[in-house]
Design a protein around this ligand. Structure first.
Ligand code: HEC
Length: 439
């Protein structure tokens, strides 16, 4: 809904997805790396092995720069882009989950203080204190995931929240536990992959073998358990989401969700048995491959949310499609059908509020921006380009196109057209012209 952030070729959601993709590696590493680190630190103390400590120091410095500099910056980037891409969606989320985020930030602050304390107090405080800092930091970082997953899964399956509006009804929804465990197991696989990368540069051969073996075992366990959690997660999805998944999951995306994880599992198995075979290039390769899998999973999660931003309530284009009495929120659909969306939506440019012969083409474009541009670019190329898709329908008269807009609801992944008859016809005429001459 206007104000629309129109990003050519990519769409606003595409920008958000790019930043979120970049955020995935550092953020998941942040939640997991410290567990491996404190485990090895404890072992180094117990067995008096300074060369193991060498690894722990390197690893924590890597974590500080990679996760807490790049991870934090991209995290803020997600907030900025999400706020511009979907102000109404973010507002809805904040009104429900402000205390969720407040809680997450408390733990995040502990994390940030923790990583600096941990990295810079080696050999400066006694061993016990140092380990305690590590454990507290590890627990706090995982707790941020415990909180965020509640909000993320709420945006997928809000469950009883739709009836009650209750904080925990939405938070502990039907996909919460499977997704939390899926992310938790995957995060250990990631921590292991990065640990191998850091360990590959250790000079001491015995320490290198030991760290790589520990990482291999952790990684293998993470991948195997992750596969089991994925099956559980898949089974926990409601029927409507399975319909969208069946309609939108391409064979390629399905393959990307599975094969890279398999390859990385094999890699960890080899490392567990032959730890000295490790090399920096292979370690980097494993990270890239693992990332491909995580990326495909996140992409699939975004796909199955369609046509919603907040399922059962707000569509991806920020139009509210259903009443939500528990929150005192009313549907836009009926209201916009009566008054027209151009007249009633906030911030529509003055000249386009009332539809007439002189502004029909421009109003049609405005309607496409309002209702379609969350998922389609209006350019010839890019993300689900409207000109090409409309051409694919093979309809080149506005009446047939109006019929298509009437039938939008039949697609499991697209919201219905919202507005009055004249607006529907203006949009149809615009789409036909767009398909014909790209404008
Ligand atoms: C919630 C996201 C979303 C919104 C909003 C949306 N669409 Fe789509 N649309 C999709 C997806 C996903 C596809 C499938 C694309 C593909 O197969 O590559 C699609 C496909 C299409 C197709 C091709 C259909 C076919 O059967 O081949 C057309 C035409 C289309 N959309 C038009 C529109 C128009 C017009 C609007 C605005 C009134 C709109 N869409 C709004 C997500 C959306």
């Amino acid at each position: 809904m206007y104000p629309v952030w129109e990003v050519p070729y990519l769409t606003a959601g595409g920008v958000l997805a790019l930043i979120a993709t970049f955020h995935m590696l550092p953020s998941h590493l942040a939640t997991s790396a410290m567990w491996l680190s404190v485990y090895l630190e404890g072992k180094a103390y117990r067995e008096e092995r300074p060369e193991l400590l060498e690894f722990v120091k390197k690893y924590s410095k890597f974590l500080l720069v990679f996760s807490y500099v790049f991870g934090s910056l991209s995290g803020v980037g997600i907030w900025f882009s999400a706020t511009v891409a979907a102000p109404r969606g973010i507002s809805g989320l904040i009104h429900n989950y402000v205390w969720g985020w407040a809680t997450e930030w408390v733990f995040f602050l502990i994390e940030v203080a923790g990583i600096f304390l941990y990295t810079y107090s080696f050999d400066k405080v006694d061993r016990r204190t140092h380990l305690t800092v590590g454990w507290v930091f590890a627990a706090a970082s995982w707790t941020t995931m415990v909180v965020i997953v509640g909000i993320l899964t709420f945006m997928l399956t809000p469950g009883r929240w739709l009836a009650t509006g209750g904080f925990f009804d939405g938070f502990f929804n039907q996909t919460y536990w499977p997704q939390l465990l899926l992310r938790t197991t995957a995060m250990f696989a990631l921590a292991a992959a990065f640990a191998v990368l850091v360990a590959a540069r250790l000079k001491d051969e015995r320490a290198r073998a030991e760290v790589v073996r520990a990482a291999g075992v952790t990684g293998l366990a993470g991948t195997l358990l992750g596969a089991a959690c994925f099956a559980w997660y898949h089974a926990s999805l409601p029927a409507a989401l399975h319909d969208v998944l069946d309609a939108l999951l391409t064979p390629a995306l399905g393959r990307w969700m599975l094969y890279p994880a398999l390859a990385v599992g094999l890699y960890f198995a080899v490392l567990a048995f032959k730890p000295l075979r490790v090399g920096t290039a292979a370690a980097l390769g494993a990270i890239v491959v693992l990332f491909a899998s995580v990326f495909a999973l996140e992409r699939a999660r975004e796909l199955i949310r369609k046509p919603y931003l907040m399922p059962g309530m707000m569509y991806s284009n920020q139009i509210i499609g259903a009443d939500l009495p528990a929150k005192g929120v009313g549907s836009d659909a009926g209201r916009f059908a009566r008054t027209g969306i151009l007249a009633a939506a906030p911030f529509v440019p003055e000249g386009l509020r009332t539809l007439g012969d002189s502004n029909r083409a421009e109003a049609g474009r405005m309607l496409a921006l309002l209702e379609c541009s969350a998922c389609h670019t209006l350019q010839e190329r890019g993300l689900r380009p409207l000109p090409r898709l409309v051409r694919g329908l093979g309809m080149d008269d506005p009446a047939a196109m109006t019929g298509f807009l009437d039938a939008l609801e039949g697609y499991p992944y697209m919201p219905p057209f919202v507005g009055n008859q004249a607006e529907k016809e203006a949009l149809a005429a615009y789409l036909v012209a767009l398909a014909r001459n790209g404008r």
